[in-house]
Design a protein around this ligand. Sequence first.
Ligand code: PHE
Length: 443
Amino acid sequence: MRRDHWGSRLGFIMAAAGSAVGLGNIWKFPYMAGGHGGSAFLILYLAFVLGFGLALVIAELVLGRMSGRNPVGAFRVMAGGAWPLVGGIGVLTAVLILSFYCVVAGWTIAYLFYAIEGALDATSAGTLESLFNQLTGSGLAPLCYAAAFMAISVVIVSRGVGSGIERASKLFMPLLFVVLVVMTARAVTLPGAGAGIAFLLKPDLSAIDGETVSAALGQAFFSLSLGLGGLVTYGSYMRASAHIGRDALAVVLLDTLVAMLAGLLIIPAMFAAGMTPGAGGAGTTFKVLPAVFAALPGGHWIAIGFFALLTLAALTSSVSLLEPIVAWLGDEHDIARGRAAPLAGLACMVLAVPVSLSFGVWEHVRIMGYSIFGLLDFLTNNLSLPFGSLMTAIVVGWIIGPRAVAALGPDGRPVGAWAQAWLFVVRFVAPIGIVWILIQGLV
Ligand code: PHE
């Protein structure tokens, strides 16, 4: 079967940045940073993104382009033996992440409607809290929003790589960026925001412990879409002429910039509203943002624009979670895209039911001390993404090795001295770092 390809360099960068930039940046990063000491978390996060995140993004892309396969096929062709199992765990991880991703994205759609109705205009912290609890506490409504979100993702993925994923990303990503910059500029000038800026930017390492380290690593991987083979799959659609290192750098910088902007939006806004950082948990973004909208001229319209764009940002990420599943079903099991996408979407929706209920009627259900959402989040963020990245580093660094270095450049041309530094990071720095952090997280 002929493999699809990205239409242009910009198309790939926007699709890969669309994958990276999503709820992870705007929903998750602020409450993770807030709950783990602010600047301490940010410093670790940046260290992991630059220290080995970038190198691993390149590793996944090169594994994909060299093999031209889905995650399972890529490990089979390039490494053989039991390695395809790693790809299989990646595909399963994509299913697990999607099952909570669609729930949160569903909230975003609900908030888009609230914004249109004016329910977010001029509200107090108390009413915002109950608005969120009312939404997540009602059994059916959030599931319908999640299903609607999943249906759109399925339609985009069914349409294929170039006309579906790439076109959507090229349009929405730049718009989101502009709205985010405007909102952040307002948030940091709110009265009382200064303490929030200091909390995030003034270095204070006293909050660093094993848990913070492993949370920051997981967040870095989640945000960069690393560790489950999503980028392997996107790499398999890259043209021979693409310069993997340069394109990867652009994607990583964009993702990091958006996370920083979102952190500087939400956390100062929380301080301005008198909330303690970290207290809001998974609902933080939704409880805090309306206060920022209310403080902006034309806030009603900005709220509408913001939640519309956040939904779109979530979509360009959810398609990148669906795509490795669909590519696996297609490459390995000969199931056509048009059938594979709805099948995968349905599987994730089934799992989304308990996840959604765990924010409402099943709130008190505990498994190993975690809520259902908390457990899925922990398993994917803290275990399977680092594990998948570790295995990718071993395969690319040691099994493929110098051949991978030769495959980084456009049309096989050498790319310069940085490639050796890259190989060193993939061989030594990343594996040792990840193992050490995995152990920190478990003890
Ligand atoms: N990176 C996406 C986000 O930040 C989530 C994601 C994780 C997408 C893993 C693909 C693979 O929202």
